[in-house]
Ligand binder design. Structure first.
Ligand SMILES: NC(=O)c1ccc[n+]([C@@H]2O[C@H](COP(=O)([O-])OP(=O)(O)OC[C@H]3O[C@@H](n4cnc5c(N)ncnc54)[C@H](O)[C@@H]3O)[C@@H](O)[C@H]2O)c1
Length: 296
């Protein structure tokens, strides 16, 4: 028996990276997955995978998104993955860069939520997972101005939807990974004037000595999509911290940060555990109940 048996899951940006790994992981756990992406060619790589149906979708196009939603009577999980990383400070970020990033990283989620949420409300259940990043309100990262701004907005959007629809059976959470080794990350490294140095700089930030893999993030996606966390409703922020914030030692910032949150959250819970310990990965995931919608 799979952990997601019979669940209907729709996700964006599934042709590569985290989205692709998540689509495969969802299907392996028994879900009926609709994997969408703007890149028709790359998406074909998923054709024939048991449990996965592919569909070309540009998440920035309202009519495309609405047409896709029309095809579903029932959706259990919506995973909004699509996002773009602009490199640079605010001074390097032209209005076009700003608009492109906010359109793809934030407005697309607004469109997907507006199209799919009514179906979840009608069925009185649903789990929404939005892709954010540690680069945002979690952590300031150099040369990620508009990207971080957009991902902070995703956290705000997630909290807002969670607060508004908790009583109607809707869970809304977001994932905030550190550096994940995906095709676009490699492309960004290659695009730097000195790719070798850029790779070294990325690696220097990884206390674990390696980057997180898309498959490791997919484990977390399965967990959030499953009924194992059906009590994890309301506004909770899921953080996967692999970089300077996360380590194994109790004296290290990740642990101290978790303890701090535990204190400010009063009776609320703060789970700190090694989610991927069995994979020999030094990947510390902190799941923190940062806020509860009832307190607002
Ligand atoms: N890779 C990382 O280090 C990392 C870390 C934290 C968060 N994230 C976030 O995870 C998400 C996925 O990143 P990744 O690196 O796994 O993937 P990626 O960047 O390698 O792939 C992105 C996918 O999105 C698709 N896409 C682009 N524009 C689209 C559009 N308009 N409509 C539909 N699909 C579109 C592309 O075709 C591609 O398949 C992004 O939101 C990213 O910001 C990535």
């Amino acid at each position: 028996m799979g952990r997601l048996d019979g669940k209907v899951i729709v996700l964006s940006a599934a042709a590569q990276g985290i989205g692709k790994a998540a689509a495969i992981a969802f299907a392996k756990e028994g879900a009926q997955v609709t994997a969408t992406d703007i890149n028709a060619e790359k998406l074909k790589e998923l054709d024939g995978t048991p449990g996965i149906k592919t569909k070309v979708l540009d998440v920035t196009k309202k009519d495309h998104v609405e047409a896709l939603a029309e095809e579903f009577d029932h959706v259990d999980v919506l995973f909004n993955v699509a996002g773009f990383v602009h490199h640079g400070t605010i001074l390097d970020c032209g209005e076009k860069d700003w608009d492109f990033t906010m359109n793809l990283n934030v407005r697309s989620m607004y469109l997907m939520l507006k199209a799919f949420l009514p179906k979840m409300l009608a069925q009185k259940s649903g789990s929404i997972i939005n892709m954010s990043s540690v680069a945002s309100s979690i952590k300031g990262v150099a040369n990620r101005c508009v990207y971080s701004t957009s991902k902070a907005a995703v956290i705000g959007l997630t909290k807002s939807v969670a607060a508004d629809f908790l009583e109607q059976g809707i869970r809304c959470n977001c994932i905030c990974p550190g550096t994940v080794d995906t095709p676009s990350l490699r492309e960004r490294i290659e695009a730097r004037p000195d790719p070798e140095q850029a790779f070294k700089d990325f690696m220097a930030r990884q206390r674990t000595g390696r980057m997180c893999t898309a498959e490791e993030v997919a484990h977390l996606c399965v967990y959030l999509a499953s009924d194992e966390v059906s009590t994890f409703s309301s506004c909770r922020l899921f953080l996967s911290i692999t970089q300077r914030l996360g380590t194994h030692s109790q004296n290290q910032p990740g642990y101290i940060f978790g303890r701090f949150l535990l204190q400010i959250c009063g009776q609320h819970i703060c789970y700190i555990f090694r989610f991927f310990g069995s994979l020999h990965c030094s990947f510390l995931m902190q799941i923190m109940r940062v806020q509860d919608v009832h307190s607002h």
